[in-house]
Unconditional design. Sequence first.
Length: 587
Amino acid sequence: MENLDVARTLTLLADLLEIQGANPFRIRAYRNAVNTVNGLSRPLQSMVDAGEDLTELPGIGKNVAAHIEELLATGSIDRLREVEAEIPRSLVELMALPGVGPKKAKKLFEHLEVASVDDLAAAIEAGSVEELEGFGARSVEKIGRAIESYRQRTGRFRIDEVEKLMAGLLEHMEGAPGLRRLEVAGSFRRRRETIGDVDLLVEGAGEDGTEIVEHFNAFEGAARAQAAGPTKGSLVLESGLQVDLRVVPARSFGAALMYFTGSKDHNVNIRTRAVRGGLRVNEWGVFRVPEGADPEELGKEDGERLAGATEEEVYAALGMAWVPPVLRENRGEVEASLADELPVLVSLDDIRGDLQMHSTWSDGKVSIEEMARACAARGYEYMAITDHSQAMAMVQGLTPERTRAQWEEIDRVREQVPEIRILRSVEVDILRDGSLDLPDDVLEKLDLVVVSVHSFMDLDKKAMTDRVLRAIAHPAVDILAHPTGRQLGKRDPYALDVEAVLEAAAEHSVAVELNANPRRLDLSDVHVHRAKELGVPVVVSTDAHSPRGLDDMRFGVDQARRGWLGSGDVLNTRSTAELARWLERRA
């Protein structure tokens, strides 16, 4: 461990203690130690190995020296873990925003459960922050601008953010002179969870796309133009998102769309196979290499043209079925296409219900009835109300008594909204030792038991895995929610042996959730694919806290498709009767 790592860890501890409101002298001691560590010319590790007394260094007292030695020996500090059990590490992000100090960060967390920059942006959008004491309209506006600057520094954007950022530019491009067709390619078309930059592909009326590029560069939402030419342009939006434009002729549009959609590995696999068959594939089309010719010396469109206008004909010229963009990651889709064994992927229309959402009984924004009517309006057959259990005291988690009281309200709403089946459920916390946060006599009366981790996320891999394994072995458990606890760009997955968890889920007939909230998309597409291989049912749920949150289902379905799931792999594509039979599997 380098000195820089030690300094960052001590800084994190000091920041969290400041948010917590700890003794200011102790906080200052950590910050003084950080200054000393950053100024050292020798590695702390070599000093400890040599038996040197760290307290002889300026600004490092006995307690801090013990923390440093513990960190160097074990890679962690017990004190930091204790603080993180109360104050999420991600709150430190807020302190990087002008206008949000430790006191405001703590207030945002305690009153609005804002634990990250993304949470804060969502709360600002919902109008919740202005209502807090100490936050006014001007203050919130300043914080909003600070969030935009923060995101420019991070380099990647969630897919839902990109959708919003691109909306104005796409509307602007509809008025481009000579534009016949416009497609968004790249990782956005493959529906990756985060996006680095965006590729736009345009079919123009002729070979020269200068007017289209000029129109593109005139977009008022751009911070600057990076490049411009007769067929290419590049902009950086005010948000920091880079967008590249290419204008291609109709004869090559399909080939270009395939090429710029990627992924790189998918394209390389296809090009390699094409070469073996005497063909050449590029963004201009599929061409037969003339006998005796050196492919490296051929022009971009030399040779007999076999395809290029559409993606379907490009793949067909290579003896392949068209590959859905979400699968183009070189994870076996090329071979499956050649063998005509591509899966029929699940679609949004296949979803018949949503099995995680919250109401005002915990941290939801609306009543059970409002959520029920919103789900019914989407044509769902069933839904589950999964408010938090009592360990989530900061959001009024349900005690056994309140759980039973909620059942009475659910019974009333069932009569008021008879067109949808409302399941009694709770999102039950998995406690540190793997036990569940509600007693068995309550669990056995629920229609659906969803379990998840919300605390002690810093446990080592074995401890966290054992904890989750114990929980899903409980005979009442039906679904493991957001299994890795990640928040995209903000919080890494906690240490967990996902393979062991999925194997145990298969053994105990427990489903795993693919949380559709675009801030999570947990499980990852790779883990979703593995769940399919093991025969573990996947539930695509929104974790909605308001009717608007139900719209996130489409992001979850995209992730499920990236994981090769068909409708038969997704539990909540089943009818009410089929779901009921599954829920009785252990009876």
